[in-house]
Write a protein that binds this ligand. Structure first.
Ligand SMILES: [Zn+2]
Length: 216
């Protein structure tokens, strides 16, 4: 197997998308980047098979519609995520500039972009498995950060955690519809069981090995 996982930081947002490549085919995790993804895919002549979403927040779906137009791949997300990306309040895009400012201290040029995306093409309730070119993606919805927050495991090697397990950051449950109770009861016990050595691929910041989160 020659599988590669490539992190593509967003050109505009403070968030990551990832490309998983095997044998000239790719799966995209989250739609936060556009130019970087387009460039990688076109340069290598790859075929995009699927796009998977970790959750509904604007900084993870910023370029989702553009990527759909560019590649036409099906989008897979939990049912709540599919519903909430269609709602400017649930995807937080109506307050995106404010949230960006709180996080980075940077006032963005231009106007805030409230936007929605079309429903996902494949949805599931809480768990889903996708077999892809000899690999398995396992989705598990873990509400807390948001109702639709989902972690996506790739075999026994990688976990795409969205806004969970961001290196050096506390888990955030205070955004609209976040729930500390759900986080403590549902998400946290699962996140704590991720074995050491798994490669954590969060939606912000850099990747790291589980167990090495405090080291450089
Ligand atoms: Zn988020």
């Amino acid at each position: 197997m020659t599988m590669k996982v490539i992190r593509i930081p967003s050109e505009r947002m403070d968030s990551n998308s990832y490309l998983v490549e095997e044998d000239g085919h790719v799966v995209i995790i989250d739609g936060s980047s556009y130019e970087g993804i387009l460039q990688a895919v076109h340069e290598q002549g790859w075929t995009v098979d699927q796009l998977l979403l970790t959750h509904e927040h604007f900084d993870h779906i910023w370029y989702l519609q553009e990527l759909r137009e560019a590649f036409g791949m099906p989008v897979i997300a939990c049912r709540l995520c599919s519903e909430r990306i269609q709602d400017v309040k649930a995807n937080l895009s109506n307050i995106s500039d404010l949230l960006y400012y709180f996080k980075t201290g940077i006032v963005r040029e231009g106007k805030s972009r409230s936007f929605t995306c079309e429903a996902a093409d494949v949805t599931f309730e809480d768990r889903f498995e996708l077999d892809w070119r000899g690999h398995t993606f396992t989705f598990e919805r873990l509400p807390g950060h948001s109702p639709a927050s989902t972690i996506i495991r790739l075999d026994d090697s990688h976990v795409f955690t969205g806004d969970y397990l961001i290196r050096g950051e506390e888990e955030i449950t205070r955004l609209r519809d976040g729930s500390t109770e759900d986080y403590e009861n549902i998400a946290r016990p699962v996140l704590e069981q991720i074995p050491d050595g798994m490669r954590i691929c969060p939606g912000h910041g850099s990747e790291y090995e589980m167990g090495q989160e405090h080291e450089e």
